[in-house]
Design a protein around this ligand. Structure first.
Ligand SMILES: C[S@@+](CC[C@H](N)C(=O)[O-])C[C@H]1O[C@@H](n2cnc3c(N)ncnc32)[C@H](O)[C@@H]1O
Length: 212
């Protein structure tokens, strides 16, 4: 499978109509956590097993990973979890617009593809447009969680978020970066980085009442 796909290629610009939340989850009115770039799905599979009163949606641009995650989800018979294939930069806004008011409570973006080269920076997943979509539909006090082991990438995400004024950074006892995953579950990439003893930069932002 390819390590990275170019989200700006023509193939990934086609908007996909994602199924409405009412058909994705058994209890479709529960609060929703969306994980952007869910890869093999470990993080949400563990969270969905622990928190049956939440619904979890994993979005991933590499379709084979979605197929594999969905297979595991079905084996575990988790009805508060779904993995969908899409380019979030193209297809997420419309899905969010159909949610109940105040239903979107959490979004996580964990170890996104770095796209180091200057000419590739526009391929990074968190841009102003995606941030505005999240802010538009997230309930007040909802959480946006980001983490990465690459400082420059984390900084580019915190800049996009903080320049928007729609989110306030959560103060964790005066720490600049949170020292562990706040949901007590790790992603695959997080486990890999922890084993290597590399630093991880994590931050939570809370949706404030600034209107869009
Ligand atoms: C480095 S991986 C990290 C995966 C996982 N979050 C973790 O921490 O283990 C980033 C994931 O984001 C996915 N991705 C990148 N751009 C995306 C986009 N525009 N829409 C949806 N998924 C995307 C990639 O295919 C990849 O699986």
């Amino acid at each position: 499978m390819r390590q990275h796909v170019n989200p700006l290629s023509q193939f990934f610009q086609l908007p996909l109509s994602l199924p409405n939340h009412s058909v994705l989850f058994k209890n479709s009115h529960c609060p929703i956590h969306v994980d952007i770039g869910s890869a093999k799905g470990k993080f949400l599979i563990e969270l969905a097993s622990k928190y049956p009163k939440w619904n979890f949606l994993g979005l991933e641009i590499r379709e084979p990973l979605v197929v594999a995650s969905e297979k595991k989800r079905k084996e575990l018979e988790l009805q508060n979890l779904k993995f969908l294939y899409c380019n979030v930069n193209i297809s997420l806004d419309s899905w969010l617009s159909d949610l109940d008011n105040d239903q979107l409570k959490r979004v996580s973006i964990q170890f996104p593809d770095p796209w180091f080269k200057r000419k590739h920076i526009k391929r990074r997943v968190l841009n102003v447009s995606l941030l505005n979509s999240i802010a538009r539909y997230m309930s007040k006090d909802g959480e946006l969680f980001i983490q990465s082991d690459i400082f420059k990438l984390t900084e580019s995400m915190t800049n996009v978020i903080e320049e928007s004024n729609y989110f306030d950074r959560k103060d964790i006892q005066g720490l600049k970066w949170i020292d562990k995953n706040p949901y007590d579950v790790t992603t695959d990439r997080e486990l890999f980085v922890l084993k290597k003893n590399f630093p991880i930069y994590r931050a939570i932002y809370i949706r404030n009442s600034t209107p869009l």
